[in-house]
Design a protein around this ligand. Structure first.
Ligand SMILES: Cc1cc2nc3c(=O)[nH]c(=O)nc-3n(C[C@H](O)[C@H](O)[C@H](O)COP(=O)(O)O)c2cc1C
Length: 161
């Protein structure tokens, strides 16, 4: 049995590379324009009430600008969304160049071609080590049923075959 002291960041990262995730873009409409960041940590939390969540690194430059708005959309990317994911995995800057979107019922950006989207308001933001855990109330949601998800595993983008 390995002790916690042996769980170095390198070993943690190495093992987690083998754990597949979907890819989502958390987007928001600010007075200065649309904002967003890519997350692989999006998760369904509760049916009643409908809650979802994701984890954001404390180093994120975009989340501190989204948090005060109190609302955002989580866009789950389809298998053709690799370029969109790459654009939103860059820190800061205008990530929406060339990305088409329309407002959700609450006014947050729904990205063109999203496989699924969740129109959210913030329920709570709690400490999670070097990340924060964002728990969100879902007000509206939609899916493109025939679409297939983009997967991230082994440090690369993958598709269901
Ligand atoms: C597939 C993938 C999944 C990611 N998942 C997360 C995540 O769950 N939480 C997070 O904070 N950053 C995640 N990132 C990294 C952020 O997208 C990246 O740090 C981005 O630069 C943050 O932008 P910002 O500094 O503008 O907030 C992920 C990146 C990729 C490519």
């Amino acid at each position: 049995m390995t002790t916690a002291a042996g769980v170095t960041p390198d070993r943690f990262r190495h093992v987690m590379r083998h754990v597949p995730t979907g890819v989502a873009v958390v987007s928001a409409a600010s007075p200065e324009g649309p904002l967003g960041l890519a997350v692989g940590s999006f998760v369904s939390v509760s049916l009643e009430p409908p809650l979802v969540g994701f984890f954001v690194a404390r180093t994120s430059s975009t989340w501190p600008r989204i948090e005060p708005l109190g609302r955002f959309c989580v866009n789950v990317l389809g298998e053709e969304g690799e370029d969109v994911s790459r654009a939103f995995a860059v820190s800061g800057g205008n990530k929406f160049g060339g990305v088409r979107w329309e407002p959700s019922p609450l006014g947050s950006p729904v990205l063109d071609g999203a496989l699924a989207w969740f129109d959210c308001t913030t329920h709570s933001v709690t400490d999670a080590g070097d990340h924060v855990f964002v728990l969100a109330d879902v007000h509206e949601l939609s899916v493109r049923p025939a679409g297939r998800p983009l997967i991230f595993c082994h440090g690369t983008y993958q598709r269901l075959s």
